[in-house]
Write a protein that binds this ligand. Sequence first.
Ligand code: DQA
Length: 139
Amino acid sequence: MNIQIINGPNLNLLGVREKSIYGDSSFESYLQDLRKRYANITINYYQSNVEGEIINKLHEVGFTVDGIVINAGAYTHTSVAIGDAIAGIKAPVIEVHISNVYKREEFRHKSLLAANCKGVIAGFGLDSYRLAIENLVNG
Ligand code: DQA
């Protein structure tokens, strides 16, 4: 089984950025734990701060992998284009957020991706990614 994780803008700064919201672990160190836990599946990781690069990645992997876990960061709330890219590919996509976006500013309550996703997981810290993978593996 082959799963792609895609992180959007500013998520390269996990462990450094706004730690009270996003925690103090880098994504790379969390990813090591995930890969150990799911040793029998391939977990590919891609991060970009650039909207078009995220779309290119969705097109590139979206017809071959078994599932995609995407945290599009702030693009979640603004990007018609990423929403359209998700609608256009074959692989199931799960939208994740580290923080509970519904407890935060109102502009974070709206997702332009969610309607095209299998489901949304938000508010469980980095464990949101594991919960999404768990669904793709067993769900
Ligand atoms: C986020 C929530 C977004 O609103 C924010 O812009 C992020 C991270 C999260 O994981 O909680 O960059 O997607």
